[in-house]
Structures are given as structure tokens and as C-alpha cells.
Design a binder for this molecule. Structure first.
Ligand code: NAP
Length: 323
């Protein structure tokens, strides 16, 4: 199945960057829509990555001009506002999730799109302790989750009306090289490798962790599997692990004692869900995809990337990466 030309939004973000670089490393012609050409060119330094700055996703003429001569067959839509926890202005969440998807779908109706992959989130479901499958009710507890759910709810009928084949993938807790400094893993790595102690919450909450390389492969698999033209699919490991396991594994890998992790020194967030774990059987049944790396293997790769100064450069070429 021919994927090219490919369009990626959110290519300056954590997952989008890994995806765009991996597509480019495979020699696939990829146009990346970015908000800052300077940032995009710096983060996506590959000849196959064509970086195009667009101030906004509307009017559609802006997007048509951005892809001129390369109207996409495959769209990977990863741009989203509010992924960072502090970044939760309601107006921006609506604009950067719901409107962004609607505007991109409207433009895509004029392109020869064979597959439009919208990246949703486990945050669309909200809090439930049992494994979340795709039929779980949408009951988001955060504004970000609500905006992501609203984008999916609006996007699916809109895509149908416009004749755009839309797949929604909902990743669970993605981690790995390239994560922004504010996030748990790089925060742990920075503090522990500097010889500092790390004040943490008790870390009892359980999460479903997925290595970024596996998410990139899931996106690629979703785009290239015949017959997968619409639907919603969780992308997850299906395994719940306490967050404290991440801290303990990182401390051990960098040679610091567990006592450097001051569990309980920070209060647990009152709105912290005790357990979020996905049921990924629908996607696994529909495709050949399985996670290749478990939490411990993904953390080992992440620690190696940090130590070798490859945090920003990695991951690339994940699609060809053998275990
Ligand atoms: N990280 C996770 O654990 C996780 C889990 C489940 C789902 N997801 C989903 O996966 C996707 C990518 O997440 P990520 O972790 O890579 O996020 P990220 O690092 O925060 O990147 C977000 C990307 O979206 C762009 N963006 C934000 N607001 C925008 C707007 N209003 N207009 C155009 N572009 C905008 C950002 O551009 P700038 O660089 O210009 O800011 C950046 O490229 C998102 O849809 C997210 O909801 C992530």
C-alpha cells in the first residue's frame, strides 16, 4: 500500500517528531506542518522531511498551498494543545483540538487521502479501574481529555460527511527519548544523574506504559494495513504498572540508591486516577502490531539514549529497529 505523499501535524512534538524522523529515515516523502519553521527545521533535520510553516489550519487555502504538489495520501494528525498539564486554557483546548481536526478534515476532503489517522488519547475515557476497551463510555475528568473526546466525537461524523477515511488511535502512557523536560522520565534522569534526590508522590497510581518506538510502529501499521479504513483503536500494552516502578528502574539503571527517590515527599494529586490501563485487543486483532518493548526494555533504551546524549536525536529509524 502506497503511503506517500505523507502529511504529519504535531511533528515538533514528542511523538510527532519520532514519527516524522522515522518516516524520513525510511526514505518516505513527508511534509510536516509546523507553527515555527525555525523550530521545525531544527528538530527535523532530514532531507525527506519538508517543513512548512502554517500560522493556522484555516482557511483551507492555507493548507492547500502548504501541500501544493504533494497532496497527501496519508495524514497523521498529532497536533494537539494541552498535552502538557499546565497548558489547559479552555478556549485554546477547543481551538487546538476540536477546530484543528475539523479544519484539517475540511482540507483533506479535497486531497486523495486513503487514510487519515487522528491521534486521540486514553484521557478521552476518564477514570475507570477496569481495563478500558474502545466501547468504554467517554467520561473524561480533565479539560484536556474532554477536548480530545470532543474532537473524536465531532471528527468521526464530519469525516463521514466529507468522505475522508478516518481512523482514531488512542495511545496510553507514552514514554521514551524526546519527552519534554517537564515530564516524569526526563525529570528523574536529570535529577538522578546530577546526584540529586528526587521528591516524589507515593507513586502508587498504576498506568499503562508504552515505549514511543512502539507507538510510531502502531501509527505506521495503522496507515499500511489493508482494509483498516475506519474505527477507533486503543494503542496500549494492556499491563498496569505503578508509577513508582518507573522511578525505581531509572534509579537502578543510573546507579543511584532507591533512597534517592523520596516517595511521599510530594502529596498525591487529589484528581490522580488510581489506575488507567487499556485493552488493546481490537488493534492487535486488526493488525500485526504488538508492543515490542515492555516497560523495563523501553526504560533501558531511554536511559541509554540519555547517557549517550541522544535524547533529542533519538528515536529515528524506529520502523526498522529490531529488538
Ligand atoms: N504523550 C503521551 O503520553 C500521549 C498519550 C496519548 C495520546 N497522546 C496524543 O498524541 C499526540 C502527540 O502528543 P505529544 O506527546 O507528542 O504532544 P506534544 O509533545 O505536546 O506535541 C504537541 C504538538 O502539537 C502542536 N500543537 C499544539 N497546539 C497546536 C495548535 N493550536 N495548532 C497547531 N499545532 C499545535 C505542537 O506544536 P509546537 O511545537 O509549535 O508547540 C507540537 O508539535 C497528541 O494528539 C496527544 O493528545 C499523547
Amino acid at each position: 500500500m502506497t503511503l506517500e505523499p505523507i502529511l504529519v501535524t504535531g511533528a515538533t512534538g514528542f511523538i510527532g517528531r519520532a514519527l516524522a524522523r522515522s518516516l524520513a529515515a525510511r526514505g518516505l516523502e513527508t511534509t510536516c506542518l509546523v507553527r515555527s519553521a525555525e523550530r521545525g527545521t531544527r528538530l527535523l533535520p532530514h532531507p525527506e522531511c519538508r517543513v512548512v510553516e502554517v500560522p493556522s489550519f484555516e482557511p483551507a487555502a492555507v493548507l492547500h498551498e502548504a501541500v501544493a504538489g504533494r497532496a497527501p495520501r496519508t495524514v497523521f494528525h498529532l497536533a494537539a494543545s494541552g498535552v502538557a498539564q499546565g497548558d489547559r486554557d479552555p478556549g485554546q483546548l477547543v481551538a487546538g483540538n476540536v477546530s484543528l481536526l475539523a479544519d484539517l478534515l475540511a482540507a483533506a476532503a479535497d486531497w486523495p487521502v486513503a487514510r487519515f489517522i487522528h491521534v486521540g488519547s486514553c484521557a478521552e475515557y476518564g477514570e475507570r479501574t477496569e481495563p478500558l476497551d474502545e466501547d468504554a463510555p467517554l467520561a473524561p475528568t480533565s479539560l484536556y481529555g474532554a477536548a480530545k473526546a470532543a474532537a473524536t466525537l465531532l471528527g468521526r461524523p464530519l469525516a463521514k460527511q466529507l468522505g475522508v477515511p478516518l481512523l482514531v488511535l488512542r495511545p496510553f502512557g507514552v514514554f521514551g527519548p524526546g519527552e519534554a523536560p517537564r515530564r516524569l522520565l526526563p525529570h528523574l534522569l536529570a535529577k538522578l544523574t546530577a546526584g540529586e534526590d528526587v521528591p516524589l508522590t507515593p507513586g502508587d497510581q498504576e498506568r499503562d506504559f508504552l515505549y514511543v518506538g512502539d507507538v510510531v510502529r502502531a501509527l505506521f501499521t495503522a496507515a499500511s494495513t489493508d482494509g483498516l479504513d475506519e474505527g477507533i483503536f486503543n494503542v496500549c500494552s494492556g499491563i498496569a504498572r505503578p508509577v513508582r516502578d518507573v522511578a525505581l528502574a531509572v534509579a537502578e539503571a543510573v546507579g543511584r540508591p532507591a533512597s534517592a527517590l523520596r516517595f511521599g515527599a510530594q502529596p498525591a494529586r487529589p484528581d490522580e486516577a488510581p489506575r488507567i490501563v487499556g485493552d488493546g485487543r481490537r488493534f492487535e486483532a486488526a493488525t500485526s502490531w504488538r508492543p515490542r518493548f515492555d516497560l523495563d526494555e523501553g526504560l533501558a533504551r531511554s536511559v541509554a539514549a540519555w547517557r549517550e546524549g541522544r535524547w533529542e536525536e533519538e528515536p529515528t529509524g524506529l520502523l526498522d529497529d529490531e529488538p
